[in-house]
Write a protein that binds this ligand. Sequence first.
Ligand code: MN
Length: 270
Amino acid sequence: MTSAVDVSVRSDVGVVRSVNEDSMLAVDPVFVVADGMGGHARGDAASQAAVATLARVLPAGARPTPDEVIAAIDEANTAVRALSGAEESGIAVAGTTLTGVVRVRVPDNGEQWMVVNVGDSRVYRWNGRELDQLTVDHSAVQELVDAGLITVAQAAVHPERNVITRALGAEDLVDTDVLLVEPRGRQTFLICSDGLTKELDDTEIARILADTRGAYAADALVEAAIEAGGRDNVTVVVVESVTGEADSAAEDTRDRVEETGSIEDTRPRG
Ligand code: MN
């Protein structure tokens, strides 16, 4: 099975920051955003090092296995870690989120979309009607939400809303969340830094996706985030995947509804 992929991308410094510390990569098979952070102006170096490593290890046209993707992210972690001095710790350390989808080849199971996440950038799936967040933020406020201590609305204005609990560059080993999504029919993945999701809620994002066709989706989302305040760098990658057998298999579309919604969690969270 093969999928045709259309991509729209946009990254903007926003209206408050002077440097864009976000980076992105959108070269098949890798579609990711990285949101850098760290003292001594090294956030941009961190996010650039992460995506440059993925671009080198998973080059255009490659069909890596999930294990090879995890190894590439481990290598990206090492590259980001090398930006900080051995004696440095805390907020001076260069770090970055790394979040997105990678087209992978699963032995005996063909091509799949592999969702990867470290940090509080996000991957959503949009089916034309509903927006599903596929990743779970690694953030202090997400932990409070999970514990039932605050609501999602309270998290959005919480003083620790920018504190993340996992990042590339923070430790020698990085723990990457992984999901596999079966490619079926038309699927849209929205990959974004928190500069989008801290300005627009899911309802607003869904409305913009519903109103915008293909090539302009990333532009429309970033412009709306800037309009809403643009307090952070904003980066958006929209990947539209159409899987070849969708038309010829139209007659069993109804039988596949459940499968279309299935996500296989390959790694227990814990
Ligand atoms: Mn950010």
